[in-house]
Design a protein around this ligand. Structure first.
Ligand code: G16
Length: 538
């Protein structure tokens, strides 16, 4: 009878390593889809090991390249509590992906089995899903080959948003425990969000419609499904939800397009002051925007969602009598607008922590607070409630009807907000609850503070690995001398701030710049981008 090792060798022979060097990056492996077969197969091997490490708990595998172009794809692992894969295991993923031959792969796999102290012999379990990319089903085949070879139990959830898969992993592993999170089904996800939303807007209904651009990705059909559970409590208008033509995914639409270009999708028909939002390709990011005075485009990005959420949660904590028990904090990255950071510390009086890019870093930092609000400026984020915060909220006896009302909303929000990971659908409903409660238009939201003009530029370089950062990616250690050039350029502009870092999801270096005026921000970004180009081999 064939052993597991024989099966791995035979299955691996169907998915030869193409000779590339792979790296588990900001959000897993991500690249042109036709290079990914061996990588996905090997991620399947690792998912099986990871489940064994946790005594057979469910591990998630998501096949998506999120905001990347349609011809890309990617794969990432979800840990038992629904979080991103623990960082120390990223190196194992990279090691497996880079083994050159089937035999070498088996040797790496067996060594990991030995070194990882896998404990019990419980059957490993994996659940997986994919976004709407054309390459997704082929890559699922590669994954299944690994799961079959290793005798792993698996469930195919077909098309899901990334946060839905995170939800299902968390529900699967917490069922019957004090951390029980919800019903282990897609329907359970919609019911949980919809019930929480309906409770939160019981006394204050959202005003006017919100138009949601779904990047022609999986968020479209899933949002339409969610709407069915909302019983008309909100008018959500879905646009850019064409998933039948996968080549349209993220093309001239979606959260990344809107954030990077600082403009609405060209297909947008929104009138002045109409509330609009854009999701990304796997619906784990969201940004809002509207056409302001003189047709000026106004972006309400992740920073704005963070400040809105932090201010509202602070109010609810005070109004419900829980201000003393709930320590609220905000986590941002270097991309956060300087004005947003200032607003949180000065106006809201809340602490701010800065981490490197990547949800896993922000999530981890947010767990230090009872209520940790974390958002990347690109719209990726959520609010995490600690176990103590849940206890405080659930055990608190309100002393007045006003306290009871605030407490009910706070409870509803702790259910509405996805605790596992940033979730565009959950964040959409969160923003809608807050605007409804405050009675705010998008203009009122914008008026809370004035953003410093900023610009994001992508520089294509030959060797992005040359860019080594420190201080939460705010400063460069290498290439030598480049940081001094950036410092001196920043010094020439009022409120000038800029940094450069290698993307973990695209073959590019990202340059961010902000300054007192639009012209200065653009100029600074361009000059830093030029310096980045000059510092790398042509
Ligand atoms: C992923 C990560 C985000 C990160 C983004 C861009 O998002 O989950 O944390 O901000 O990539 O990362 P980078 O600048 O390193 O390319 P998504 O939505 O693409 O999965």
């Amino acid at each position: 009878m064939a052993t597991i090792n024989d099966k791995i060798l035979a299955a691996s022979a169907k998915h030869p390593q193409p000779g590339n060097v792979f790296q588990y990056g900001t959000a897993g492996f991500r690249m042109k889809a036709d290079l990914l077969d061996s990588v996905v197969f090997r991620v399947g091997l690792l998912a099986s090991l990871r489940s064994r490490k946790f005594g057979g708990q469910v591990i998630g595998v998501m096949i998506t390249a999120s905001h990347n172009p349609p011809e890309d794809n990617g794969v990432k692992l979800v840990d038992p509590f629904g979080e991103m894969l623990e960082s120390s295991w990223e190196a194992y993923a990279t090691r497996l992906a880079n083994a050159k031959t089937d035999k070498e792969l088996l040797a790496v796999y067996n060594k990991l089995e030995q070194d990882l102290d896998l404990g019990t012999n419980k059957t490993p379990k994996v659940i997986y899903a994919r976004d709407t990319r054309a390459s997704g089903s082929r890559l699922v085949g590669c994954l299944v080959d690994a799961l079959e070879a290793t005798g792993t139990e698996y469930t195919d959830y077909k098309l899901l948003t990334t946060p839905q898969l995170h939800y299902l992993v968390r529900c699967s592993n917490t069922k019957g425990t004090e951390y029980e999170y919800g019903d282990i089904s897609e329907k359970g996800y919609y019911e949980k969000l919809a019930n929480a939303f309906k409770l939160a807007v019981k006394h204050k209904k959202p005003q006017g419609p919100v138009t949601v651009d779904c990047a022609n990705g999986v968020g479209g059909p899933k949002l339409r499904e969610l709407i069915k559970y909302l019983d008309g409590t909100i008018d959500i208008r879905v646009v850019n939800d064409d998933v039948l033509k996968p080549e349209n995914l993220n093309v001239s639409c979606g959260a990344d397009y809107v954030k990077t270009n600082q403009r609405a999708p060209p297909s947008s028909k929104a009138g002045p002051l109409e509330r609009c939002a854009s999701l990304d390709g796997d619906a784990d990011r969201i940004v809002y925007y509207f056409n302001g005075e003189n047709d000026k485009f106004v972006l309400l990005d992740g920073d704005r969602i963070a400040t809105l959420a932090a201010s509202f949660l602070g109010e609810l904590a005070r109004q419900s009598g829980l201000a003393e028990s709930l320590k609220i904090g905000v986590v941002q990255t270097a991309y956060a607008n300087g004005a947003a950071t200032q607003y949180v510390t000065s106006n809201l009086g809340l602490p701010v922590v800065c981490t490197a890019t990547g949800v896993k870093h922000l999530h981890h930092a947010a767990l230090q607070f009872d209520v940790g609000v974390y958002f990347e400026a690109n719209g990726h984020g959520t609010v995490v409630f600690s176990h103590d915060a849940y206890k405080a909220i659930n055990n608190h006896e309100p002393q007045s009807p006003a306290q009871a009302n605030a407490l009910e909303t706070l409870k509803a929000l702790s259910d509405l907000i996805n605790q596992a990971v940033g979730d565009a659908l959950s964040d959409l409903l969160l923003v809608e609850v807050i605007l409804a409660h405050k009675g705010w238009s998008v203009k009122d939201w914008e008026d809370t503070y004035v953003d410093l003009p900023n610009r994001l530029v992508k520089v294509h370089v030959l060797l992005r690995s040359m860019f080594v950062t420190t201080d939460s990616e705010r400063r460069l250690l290498e290439p030598a001398g480049l940081q001094a050039t950036i410092d001196s350029l920043c010094g020439k502009y009022k409120a000038g701030r800029s940094f450069a870092r290698a993307s973990g999801t695209e073959d590019a270096v990202r340059v961010y710049a902000e300054a007192a005026t639009r012209g200065e921000a653009d100029d600074l970004a361009q000059k830093v981008a030029n310096a980045v180009s000059r510092a790398t081999p042509a």
